[in-house]
Design a protein around this ligand. Structure first.
Ligand SMILES: [Zn+2]
Length: 274
């Protein structure tokens, strides 16, 4: 109920009616500030449900693991290809569940990585590729674009104009329910893969990741007999056979840049998990 009220107030709070075609195209009736609010609300719901989301707290035992996670995030978030690199928080969290091979990002940039995913991957380039992919979903504001599309611009507009207050309440409730379960489109996935290559390519110095790390992830997830039956990542991130081709195309257009895998350092990250 609290959630419904929050979303209702978020919608009513739009005092003037406008929509934006953001820098990358695609209609989004929500503001960037609302992306951040939705993400905060989702995080609060997650904190209230430790059974489903057993977050690993930042403490002495987890310090090394979070140092690795923060370092990789810091290397990626300065990419000039990000629109909201300095606007979003890009907070990172580890969820303690070895059985789930997945990661997700909510609007506003908070990211969550399951221990199952961290342990499944082979090197830091693959992990950075997945993190960069998640960052792209948030930076391209895919969730609020899907909400805009799903509910229809005219329906949202009419609700916001107050023609039908009952409809507005219904939409607000649906949004709250749907935030965690909205599925990205194939186009969203292509775009997230494209920018995964770009963000990882922009990282340099001690974090000179192989920009094709995301390909390495897909190759591994596609060939491991333990995961092909139920890869959670692919259930929330729809895939098709052209995804690897798309990644190669983006990488070739960048001049086929190379980088490091950092397998030894990644093993340290894996072994540091509490
Ligand atoms: Zn995705």
């Amino acid at each position: 109920m609290k959630t419904k009220i929050l979303f209702l107030s978020v919608l009513i709070g739009l005092s003037s009616l406008f929509y934006s075609c953001d820098e990358d195209g695609g209609i989004n009736i929500f503001t960037v500030e609302q992306d951040i609010e939705f993400g905060e609300e989702f995080h609060n719901q997650l904190l209230a449900n430790p059974t489903e989301y057993p977050l690993i707290a930042r403490n002495t035992a987890s310090a090394t693991a979070y140092q690795h996670l923060d370092r990789i995030r810091n290397a990626l978030k300065t990419s000039p290809n990000l629109n909201y690199g300095s606007t979003f928080s890009w907070d990172v969290y580890i969820i303690n569940d070895d059985n789930v091979i997945n990661a997700f990002c909510v609007p506003g940039g908070k990211m969550y990585f399951y221990t199952g995913l961290i342990k499944f991957l082979e090197n830091e380039a693959q992990f950075a590729g997945v993190m960069a992919h998640e960052m792209a979903h948030a930076d391209k504001r895919h969730t609020t674009k899907i909400m805009t599309k799903e509910y229809g611009f005219s329906m949202l507009l009419s609700a916001l104009l107050g023609d039908d207050p009952g409809m507005l309440a219904g939409i607000a409730a649906d949004l709250a329910q749907g935030l965690g379960t909205l599925y990205f489109s194939r186009d969203n996935e292509y775009e997230a893969d494209e920018f995964s290559v770009k963000y990882t390519n922009d990282a340099s110095g001690d974090n000179n990741f192989d920009p094709k790390g995301i390909s390495g992830f897909f190759e591994k997830i596609g060939t491991d007999p333990e995961t092909t039956s139920a890869p959670e990542f692919l259930s929330t991130h729809p895939s098709d056979e052209h995804r690897l081709d798309n990644i190669t195309e983006v990488w070739t257009a960048l001049g086929s840049p190379t980088g490091e895998l950092y397998a030894t350092r990644y093993a340290e990250f894996q072994n540091s998990l509490p």
